[in-house]
Design a protein. Structure first.
Lengths: 115, 109
């Protein structure tokens, strides 16, 4: 199993550009989520999904869109990038959609710089 | 709402002990602990559930006080490999895993 994969590893954008961060898992996990990590702020939940076709907002959803058309993939879209979205983005997945009893497996992260 | 971790940072010598605390203002169903090395992804350490069940790392212990919505992670006889940032995450009624701001642990020789 490859686990949780993320592409790209690093990206530079100009303000106003759009892009999609890709996330895929091959463990047949129901629960998938996106976090952003900024110094001193910890890991903040952007969006999450408890299964194909079901998504919901986390703590900091503004400026980001998600969809979940398959169990394996959970892309994160930035419609119009802003410098405040400069961050490290982690995708994670878990077997249990309830998340109460199961660990989350994190991808390696995508470093995004918005100029 | 993010859980609050304390301390924000701690420096230890090898062999010393440390306690990291995590507190939430909301009722919790479970508390998760993760460790992140610099430049890497967070890695699972432990889950503590209501009712006392625990799942996780053999060499790390933790407690969960359901009434006070607090959890503590106990690192005993610390090793150099324990260095990193520790995050607690809490799962409440909404079913989302929300992380605290992290505690940076440095273990020196």
């Amino acid at each position: 199993n490859a686990g949780v994969t993320q592409t790209p590893k690093f990206q530079v954008l100009k303000t106003g550009q759009s892009m999609t961060l890709q996330c895929a898992q091959d463990m047949n996990h129901e629960y998938m989520s996106w976090y952003r990590q900024d110094p001193g702020m910890g890991l903040r939940l952007i969006h999450y999904s408890v299964g194909a076709g079901i998504t919901d907002q986390g703590e900091v959803p503004n400026g980001y869109n998600v969809s979940r058309s398959t169990t394996e993939d959970f892309p994160l879209r930035l419609l119009s990038a802003a410098p405040s979205q400069t961050s490290v983005y982690f995708c994670a997945s878990s077997r249990d959609r309830g998340l109460l009893r199961e660990t989350q497996y994190f991808g390696p992260g995508t470093r995004l710089l918005v100029l | 709402q993010q859980p609050v971790q304390s301390p924000q940072a701690v420096i230890l010598r090898e062999g010393e002990d440390a306690v990291i605390n995590c507190s939430s203002s909301k009722a919790l169903y479970s508390v998760h602990w993760y460790r992140q090395k610099h430049g890497e992804a967070p890695v699972f350490l432990m889950i503590l559930l209501k009712g006392g069940e625990q799942k996780g790392h053999e060499k790390i212990s933790a407690s969960f006080n359901e009434k006070k919505q607090q959890s503590s992670l106990y690192l005993t006889a610390s090793q150099l490999s324990y260095s990193g940032t520790y995050f607690c995450g809490t799962v409440g009624q909404g079913g989302k895993l929300i992380f605290g701001q992290g505690t940076e642990l440095s273990v020196k020789p």
